[in-house]
Design a binder for this molecule. Structure first.
Ligand code: NDP
Length: 338
């Protein structure tokens, strides 16, 4: 079968493409610019014409994906803004929501006979709300707070809320579309909700400053040591390895039971000091961070119930030490470690 991957040049998407190709699928990737294509062609040259590209300059335009969806058997929708530079929530929300609806509308209008499933790359951003005490979240939870903060505060909302609201509203829009069109749709929708995604990158990055948001945060904190010390143990969450998440996107197509499901794909908990300590086992010259830290006393505020992922996708997820070691290795190979 042939799978359409939107935003095919992104950090996560290139791993999605790789796993799809390895599982025997053909892939049609969408990118915003022609200039994103040569690096991908080179990366996957062994697959020849099993990989092709379509340029979709503006995913928010009505009918943007009308041509791209034609003849595909499934869709992986990953394209969505993830950065902390927006001046207004709409900068994040419009491409996230309209991009998602645009893919679904084009699939219904032009590929309803061939597409069997649309997998949406959502986020735990649409699951969690910040809270002062430890809590385990599941697929039953929705981040109601970030959209409300953006509504109330507009341009004064935090960039975190702007991003989280964009993911929440985009996922809601996908589920609403599936519900409203259930009589017409011949495909189903599946949603993957990863927490922070880390691990080696295989997309095109010329220098550390141009890493995607999650990798940039890690590089700045662990390699450069620029994060304020009080955040190193107070900021905590969960993570998943990018390679595992790429595989999860393929499994979400292959496993029948994934249809109609929202699935949290999360490996384990972290705080920044845990990453620093793991990285320093491989590269002791990195800044030590908070040397008084004792992991046995760490408080992790966020946990996820991952039983659905285990049951439906059943994949092994890499742990923190392995992910950290592989990232350090790559940064060193690139010459990005002083
Ligand atoms: P990247 O920034 O590497 O990739 C984002 C992709 O989306 C790129 O292809 C980018 O295209 C495209 N894109 C961004 N904004 C727009 C826009 N306005 N119009 C069209 N395309 C756009 O990030 P990731 O790979 O990390 O993110 C991929 C997906 O995973 C996103 O949906 C993100 O929300 C989600 N996610 C990421 C997590 C993480 O920790 N990295 C955690 C949870 C979810 P271009 O290169 O042209 O800008």
């Amino acid at each position: 079968g042939k799978v359409l991957v939107t935003g095919a040049n992104g950090y996560i998407a290139v791993w999605v493409v790789k796993h799809l190709l390895e599982h025997g699928f053909s892939v049609r990737g969408t990118v915003r610019r022609d200039s994103s294509i040569p690096y991908l062609k080179e990366t996957f040259k062994a697959y020849g014409d099993k990989l092709e590209f379509v340029v979709v300059p503006d995913i928010t335009k009505d009918g943007a994906f009308d041509e791209a969806v034609k003849g595909v058997d499934a869709i992986e929708h990953t394209a969505s803004p993830f950065h902390m530079r927006a001046k207004h929530p709409q900068e994040m929300i419009v491409p996230a929501v309209e991009g998602t609806l645009s893919v679904l509308r084009s699939a219904l209008a032009h590929a309803n006979d061939t597409v069997k499933r649309v997998v949406v790359t959502a986020s735990c951003a649409s699951v969690i709300t910040a809270q002062p005490t430890p809590r385990t979240f599941s697929e039953a939870d929705w981040n109601e707070l970030s959209p409300r903060m953006c509504e109330e505060r507009g341009a004064d909302a935090s960039n975190t809320d702007m991003y989280r609201a964009s993911k929440t509203l985009a996922e809601r829009a996908a589920w609403r579309f599936a519900e409203e069109n259930k009589d017409k749709l011949r495909f189903d929708v599946a949603v993957l909700n990863p927490p922070f995604v880390w691990g080696p990158f295989i997309h095109e990055v010329d220098k550390p400053e141009n890493l995607n948001q999650s990798m940039l945060d890690w590089y700045d904190t662990v390699v450069k040591g620029t994060r304020p010390e009080e955040q190193l143990t107070s900021v905590s969450s969960c993570f998943v390895d990018v390679r595992d998440l790429g595989l999860a996107h393929t499994l979400a197509l292959e496993k029948e039971e994934a249809g109609g499901e929202r699935i949290i794909v999360s490996s384990g908990q972290w705080n920044w000091q845990d990453w620093i300590n793991a990285a320093r086992k491989v590269e002791p010259s990195f800044p030590p961070g908070k040397t008084s830290y004792n992991q046995k006393e760490a408080v992790y505020l966020v946990n996820y119930d991952t039983s659905k992922c285990a049951r439906i996708l059943g994949l092994q997820l890499r742990g923190l030490d392995e992910v950290a070691a592989d990232m350090v290795k790559q940064f060193k190979e690139r010459g990005w470690v002083q």
